[in-house]
Design a protein around this ligand. Structure first.
Ligand code: NAD
Ligand code: UFG
Length: 338
C-alpha cells in the first residue's frame, strides 16, 4: 500500500515507519516538526537504506492539506500528528483544540475529497481517565480529565461519525497505554524538548547525567509499593500493531477500537530498578508529593488486539529499558540537527 504517516517524524511515527517499510509498503512522512526534528529522517534513511519520502505539512492549514491529497494518491493514512503534553494542554487548551481537533478535521476533509478511505488513528488510554477497575477493557466508561484527553476522545468521535456516514470509510482507533523504549539500533528514540513530562525519558536523562535525580510523584498510592502503576509497552511492539491494523482494515472492511498494552502493571520503582539493571548504574530518586491529575493504577486488557489483529506485545520491561538506554547513551542530547 501507499501510506501517508501524518506526524511520522515523531517518536512513535518514526518507529512505525521502519516497520511499514520492512513490510514492503511505500510510505510517505508528513510533519511540521513542531515536536520533532529533521534529524530523524537521516536516521530513518540509515535504518532502511533508502531516502525517506518527506512532505512538510501543517495539518492546521486546510488548503495545504486538501491540495496535498489532490496531488498524491494514498491507500491509507496513519495519523500520529498531535500535541500531547497533558500539563501544557491545561495551560493552552485552545491551541490543543486547534492543532488536534481542527487538524484532524482538515485531514479528514483532505482524505474525503481524494477518496482515501482507510485511517489508523493514534488514540490513548487517556480516554479512560481514572478507570473504575483494572485491567481496562475497550468497553470501559470513557471520561476525560484534561484538555489533551478531551481532544483524543473528540477525535475518536469525529472519526466514528465519518465512518457512520460513509460505509466505505474504515478506521482503527488504537488506544496506546505507555509507549517506551527505542529501536534496537539505537538510531531512533524518544527525544523530548525541554524537561521530560514522562517517566522513562526522565529516567534516561538522569542516567545520562543531564538531570540530577528523578522525582517520584507519590509514595502513598494504594499500590503494592506505593508508587503509580502503568502499562509500559515497547515502541517496537506498538509500531508493529499499526501494520497489523492496516492489514485488518483491508481484510475486514470494518472499524476497530482497540487497546495496545502488555496487560502488565509496572510501578515507578519497578521501572527505576529495571532501568538501573539495564544501564548498570544507580538512578537517584526522591519520593515527592503526588502529581495533580495522576491516578494510582492503569493497565490494559489487551485480549481484543490479540483476537482481532493477532497482535500481542512481545518485548518485556528489561528490553524496554535496555533499548531506551542504548538510544539515550548513544545520543545523550537527542538527535543532532540535520
Ligand atoms: P510526538 O510529538 O513525538 O509525535 C507527533 C508528531 O506530530 C511530531 O513529529 C509533531 O511535529 C507532529 N505534529 C504535531 N502537530 C502537527 C500538525 N499540526 N501538523 C503536522 N505535524 C504535526 O508524539 P508521539 O509520542 O510520537 O505520539 C504520537 C501520537 O500518539 C500522538 O497523537 C499522541 O497523542 C499519541 N499518544 C502518545 C502517547 C505517548 O505516551 N507517547 C500515548 C498515547 C497516545
Ligand atoms: N512519574 C514520576 N516522575 C516523573 C514522571 C512520571 O513519578 O518525573 C510517574 C507518574 O506519577 C505515573 C508514572 O510515572 O505514576 C507514569 O507517568 P507518565 O507521565 O510517564 O505517564 P502517564 O501514565 O501519566 O501518562 C501518559 C501520557 C498521557 C497518556 C497516558 C495514557 O503522558 O498523555 O500516558 O496513554 F494519556
Amino acid at each position: 500500500m501507499r501510506i501517508l504517516l501524518c506526524g511520522g517524524a515523531g517518536y512513535i511515527g518514526a518507529h512505525a515507519y521502519v516497520v511499514l517499510v520492512e513490510r514492503g509498503h511505500d510510505v510517505v512522512v508528513a510533519d511540521n516538526f513542531s515536536n520533532s526534528s529533521p534529524g530523524v529522517l537521516v536516521r530513518l534513511q540509515q535504518i532502511t537504506g533508502h531516502p525517506v519520502p518527506f512532505q512538510p505539512l501543517d495539518l492546521r492549514d486546510r488548503e495545504a492539506v486538501v491540495g496535498f491529497f489532490a496531488r498524491q494518491q494514498f491507500d491509507a493514512v496513519v495519523h500520529f500528528a498531535a500535541l500531547k503534553a497533558v500539563g501544557e494542554s491545561c495551560e493552552r487548551p485552545l491551541d490543543y483544540f486547534h492543532n488536534n481537533i481542527s487538524g484532524t478535521l482538515n485531514l479528514l476533509h483532505g482524505m474525503q475529497a481524494a477518496g482515501v478511505k482507510r485511517l489508523v488513528f493514534s488514540s490513548s488510554a487517556t480516554v479512560y481517565g481514572d478507570p473504575a477497575s483494572v485491567p481496562v477493557r475497550e468497553d470501559a466508561r470513557l471520561q476525560v480529565t484534561n484538555p489533551y484527553g478531551r481532544t483524543k476522545l473528540v477525535m475518536e468521535q469525529l472519526i466514528g461519525d465519518l465512518c457512520e456516514s460513509d460505509p466505505g470509510f474504515h478506521a482503527a482507533n488504537l488506544r496506546y497505554f505507555n509507549p517506551v523504549g527505542a529501536h534496537a539500533s539505537g538510531l531512533i528514540g524518544e527525544d523530548p524538548t525541554g524537561i521530560p513530562n514522562n517517566l522513562m525519558p526522565y529516567i534516561c536523562q538522569v542516567a545520562v547525567g543531564r538531570r540530577e535525580h528523578l522525582s517520584v510523584f507519590g509514595g502513598d498510592w494504594p499500590t503494592p509499593d506505593g508508587t503509580g502503576v502503568r502499562d509500559y509497552i515497547h515502541v517496537t511492539d506498538l509500531a508493529r500493531a499499526h501494520a497489523d491494523a492496516l492489514d485488518f482494515l483491508v481484510r475486514e472492511r470494518r472499524n476497530l477500537t482497540v487497546n495496545l498494552g502488555t496487560g502488565q502493571g509496572i510501578s515507578v520503582l519497578q521501572l527505576v530498578n529495571a532501568f538501573a539493571g539495564a544501564a548498570e548504574r544507580a538512578i537517584p530518586y526522591q519520593i515527592v508529593a503526588r502529581r495533580a491529575g495522576d491516578v494510582a493504577e492503569v493497565y490494559a486488557d489487551p485480549s481484543l488486539a490479540n483476537d482481532v489483529l493477532g497482535w500481542r506485545a512481545e518485548l518485556d520491561v528489561d528490553a524496554m529499558c535496555r533499548d531506551a538506554w542504548r538510544w539515550q547513551s548513544q545520543n545523550p542530547q537527542g538527535y543532532p540537527s540535520a
